[in-house]
Design a protein around this ligand. Sequence first.
Ligand SMILES: [Mn+2]
Length: 327
Amino acid sequence: MLAAVTAIDPEARWAETGKLKPEYAGLLSFAEVPYTESAASLAGVDVAIVGAPMDELASDLPGARLGPRAIRAAVGSLGPHLDAGIRPLDLLKVVDYGDAPVVPADPVASHEAIERTVGEVVDAGAVPIVLGGDHSVAEPDIRACAERSGPVGLVHFDAHADTAKDVYGVEISHGTPMYRLVEQGHVTPKRYVQIGLRGYWPGPEEFAWQREQGITEIYMRDVLERGIRDAVATAIETIGPGPTFASIDIDVLDPAFAPETGTPEPGGMTTADLLWACRELATELELVGADIVEVMPSPGGPNIAALVAKRVGFELITGMALRKTRG
Ligand SMILES: [Mn+2]
């Protein structure tokens, strides 16, 4: 077995010919950035992509284990950003750190693998962007960050609050990570803002707990009445300075914009609003990590959710690059 000690730049072979690598050719990495599985290669890296391909803790349809590959493979590359007026990849060193070594049908072992892999990124001084996976992966993602930075603020895009104590009696679930992270002291509830809530779950008990904790709820009806700019301004003001994590469940979008997800809920956000919001929040907040979850590609389908998830990653990176230009 060859030791994974170096990074591979998927564009290098084409660069030798004086040409750009086409997206469809060569090693598949997120945004064609160098790929490595070596912690030593993370030195000097600003942002590292980590795949978390597991879905055993979804309460409804499975399939999000195929999310990381589909997001990487979705069409489009991160060139000069037309609105931001910068080339994000010239300002930030970004690598694809591969997938966490998950174990099929063993979600506890998979969570441990995700927490360890994300922790390696944070230990190297880089910001992890994790590609899920069901939303249970937020627990190891955020714990890996918060154990190193101290308790984090959280901006959480989702149709669902994900603050149940259990789902079908199961405590580690994609419906419970935010309850567990607050209870574990890793997320500071007064610096925790949810955006896009709607539908029919959870119930009064969960929302009573959220209000006791001081969690800020921005419902989809608020976004519709007051606009995304107002929602984002509230989030920035509430979260303020200090280490912050961004968790984006793709089901915050209306299923018209992201149909391939496990618990779709009609009446959601538009893609344009979500992309702008992610860039703005990454510019204004001190992001120590992010995850993009619940993308469930369908073989042979158009896979719009994977395409949007890739752009969410692009916008987070662009926002962080803009923040760097401010010094
Ligand atoms: Mn969720």
